[in-house]
Design a protein around this ligand. Structure first.
Ligand code: PLP
Length: 352
């Protein structure tokens, strides 16, 4: 540890990203990326883009990208915030709106507590119900910054819109962040509620359903004044936080909606297929509306299954947190990849 690090960061436990193996010979089902490439039009744009223009600063307002997203989602550009991945937006939200502290479930996206620690924000982790669902009653009248991932990670479970609305209406003086990283795989978006609730921030990403995790692009929807607050933080940090190539690819992606919808449909279909096969093998599989499933076997521990799959060059995600250590989070890949996974699990169980 550096002897120069400020004292308030010494105890900070950084977020641990899923493994990104360098040898590339894995069936990679550990970080919820899409198994499909970006749309052909997007790939083509990258191939013909004017690299010479990289010498210029990018447009700090990313106005073309905002226009494309505004059109696709029927909102005004003033209702959109853009940043370098949605993690960046979650970080800004924690910086901007946590004056009275923060609240989120005990089992959810692991970055929320890291951002809270980073900014010295006191936070409360509310246990999910026995069946791993969010109980909206636990979030009423909290009067603190609330984070809800919907669908939740790593469970994949959804919270109905009426429950989100209940949380919004009972916390009128604090911001409610609805993290919709996985909404395109079968969840229900809170986006229409931004007209009714000025305390709602809906956060999205290009990393999962848009096959662009490496390009780093996140976007968010909210009432204009909330967006202005986030812009203030962005212009006080890094006004050029979206590079020109990513902005161009992001705008083109918004014009290829049919392609991405079809890929999400395929992924949802393969998800149901995989869940059925694992259930037949005695797994408990939580009902997921995301591009992953969260599953636990009665025959092999979460850690052992993770390690044995890794030996067979299949990567899934295992968390050591007590309440979920028996589970593995498995990203939905192509049907071919899932068949390799299912066969390997069958063999691992048979060897026991
Ligand atoms: C993957 C993920 C993100 C981060 O996405 P990036 O845009 O790649 O930073 C945010 N929230 C949840 C719940 C996620 O699973």
């Amino acid at each position: 540890m550096s002897r120069f690090l400020k004292e308030n960061y010494i105890k900070l436990e950084a977020y641990t990203p899923g493994e990104q193996p360098k040898d590339g010979e894995y069936v990679k089902l550990n970080t919820n990326e899409s198994p499909f490439p970006p749309a052909p039009e997007v790939v083509n744009l990258l191939n013909c883009s004017d690299i010479e223009r990289l010498r210029l600063y990018c447009d700090p307002t990313s106005s073309k990208l905002k226009e494309s997203l505004a059109q696709l989602y029927s909102v005004k550009p003033q209702n959109i915030f853009l940043s370098n991945g949605s993690d960046d937006i979650l970080n800004f939200a924690m910086m901007a709106f946590s004056g009275k502290g923060a609240v989120f479930p005990d089992i959810t996206y692991g970055f929320y507590p890291v951002f809270a620690e980073l900014h010295g924000v006191p936070f409360e982790e509310i246990p999910l119900d026995e069946d791993f669902s969010v109980n909206p009653n636990d979030y009423k009248n909290k009067n603190k910054l609330i984070f809800i991932a919907n669908p939740n990670a790593p469970t994949g479970k959804v919270l109905p819109l009426c429950d989100i609305e209940e949380i919004l209406s009972t916390n009128p003086d604090s911001v409610v962040v609805v993290d919709e990283a996985y909404v395109d795989f079968g969840g229900e978006t809170s986006l229409p509620l931004i007209d009714k609730y000025d305390n709602l921030l809906v956060v999205r990403t290009y990393s999962k359903s848009r096959s662009m995790a490496g390009a780093r692009l996140g976007y968010a929807f909210a009432d204009e004044s909330l967006i202005e607050d986030l812009e203030k933080i962005k212009y006080s940090t890094n006004p050029y936080n979206i590079n020109s190539l990513t902005a161009a690819l992001g705008a083109k992606t918004a014009e290829c909606e049919d392609y991405y919808r079809e890929k999400c449909r395929v992924i949802a279909e393969v998800r149901e297929y995989t869940a059925e096969k694992l259930t037949e093998m005695g797994f408990e599989v939580l009902p997921s509306k995301a591009n992953f499933i969260f599953a636990k076997s009665d025959k092999v521990s979460g850690e052992e299954l993770y390690l044995k799959l890794k030996e067979r060059k299949i990567l899934v995600r295992h968390f050591t947190k007590e309440r979920i250590k028996d589970f593995n989070r498995i990203t939905i890949g192509t049907k071919e990849q899932m068949d390799i996974l299912i066969e390997s699990i069958r063999e691992i169980i048979k060897e026991k």
